[in-house]
Design a protein around this ligand. Structure first.
Ligand code: CP
Ligand code: NVA
Length: 339
């Protein structure tokens, strides 16, 4: 495998073998970092991080990953660059591509990251759009591999908004890696039909499967991985909270669901998570909707505090693995030095 010069816009662009190689490279880089083995392979390169939306993990993972590889890093936040205001995405791509060796983009439109990828002339990495979040999936799969030793055959259940960036990307990733993907969600929050069809075709060739149900109890039976994400994603209007709570409160991951899964099951979440009223928004939701929906009165939304704090939860391993996997993506797309 050689993916030097390639973009990471969606996992659809990568073969199962390439995804597995990236995960294995990340595991190697993680080992080296823990052993204090220097790997500044990209000391002569510079990358730019373009963020239209907020971030903790993705920004820090790119910055630390780039610095560990010896690169220079520029961060351009939601304010402060000309992109989209005085300058088109296409022009921005051509300007940044002349100065940097790689570009990370987090924003709203998938079309924007595609335009950057088309015109920059250097690798472009998707750090989340409304449609996909591919680097998160690499971290999640490294975490599953660490826990179980393999990916193929894992029963992976996603609860909640299955047609957001996480639902879409996890479905693609599971199909690529021969896993059994289940979405437990109301029908209107299942992924787009065309994407399901595409992933079904992929799953057929890898021995994986795709399954959709409105029954969270049925879905959790025998599960290896229970995964959820926020019920309202960045960029959605706050007015949708009420209807989303109405639709999704039966899909909250709680101990009842965890106990229904395999005894060895793990809980996963890309984070940030609402599992208490100790955040501004969590407290606000608890205040506004707690009386009508007692299940959210403590600010516990997509997952309970008990589950996220339990020893089945691997959410902070996932967060750490963002850095090792993103580092692997940068190294593999910017050099030949990845084996
Ligand atoms: N999981 C994730 O992408 O987190 P951030 O929004 O903090 O980057
Ligand atoms: N679906 C979430 C993922 C955050 C990492 C969002 O887009 O806000």
């Amino acid at each position: 495998m050689n993916i030097k010069g390639r973009n990471l816009i969606t996992l659809l662009d990568f073969s199962s073998e390439e995804i597995q190689d990236l995960i294995n490279l990340a595991a190697k880089l993680k080992y080296e970092k823990n052993e204090g083995i220097n790997h500044k392979h990209l000391h002569d390169k510079n990358v730019v991080l373009l963020f239209q939306k907020d971030s903790t993990r993705t920004r820090c993972a790119f910055e630390v990953g780039a610095l560990d590889l010896g690169m220079g890093v520029t961060y351009l936040g939601p304010t402060g660059s000309q992109m989209g205001k005085k300058e088109s995405v296409k022009d921005t791509a051509r300007v940044l591509g002349r100065m940097y060796d790689g570009i990370e983009f987090r924003g709203y439109l998938q079309q924007d990251v595609e335009t950057l990828g088309e015109y920059a002339g250097v690798p472009v990495w998707n750090g989340l759009t409304d449609t996909y979040h591919p680097t998160q999936i690499l971290a999640d799969f490294l975490t599953i591999q660490e826990q179980f030793g393999y990916l193929k055959g894992i029963k992976f259940v996603y609860f909640g908004d299955a047609r957001n960036n996480m639902g879409n990307s996890l479905m693609i990733g599971c199909a690529k890696m021969g896993m059994h993907f289940y979405a437990a969600a109301p029908k209107e929050l299942w992924p787009d039909k065309a994407l399901i069809e595409k992933c079904e075709g992929i799953a057929k060739s890898t021995g994986g499967s795709l399954n959709f149900t409105t029954d969270p109890i049925l879905a959790s039976q025998n599960a290896d991985v229970l995964y959820t994400d926020v019920w309202v994603s960045m960029g959605e209007p706050k007015e949708v909270w009420k209807s989303r709570i109405e639709e999704l409160h039966p899909y909250q991951v709680n101990m009842r669901l965890m106990k229904n899964a395999k005894p060895t099951a793990i809980f996963m979440h890309c984070l940030p998570a609402f599992h208490g009223n100790n955040t501004e928004l969590g407290a606000q939701i608890a205040h506004d909707f707690g009386e009508e929906f007692p299940i959210v009165k403590m600010g516990e939304l997509e997952v309970t505090d008990e589950v996220i704090e339990s020893n089945q939860s691997v959410v902070f391993d996932e967060a750490e693995n963002r850095m090792h996997t993103i580092k692997a993506v940068m190294l593999a797309t910017l050099s030949d030095l990845y084996v």
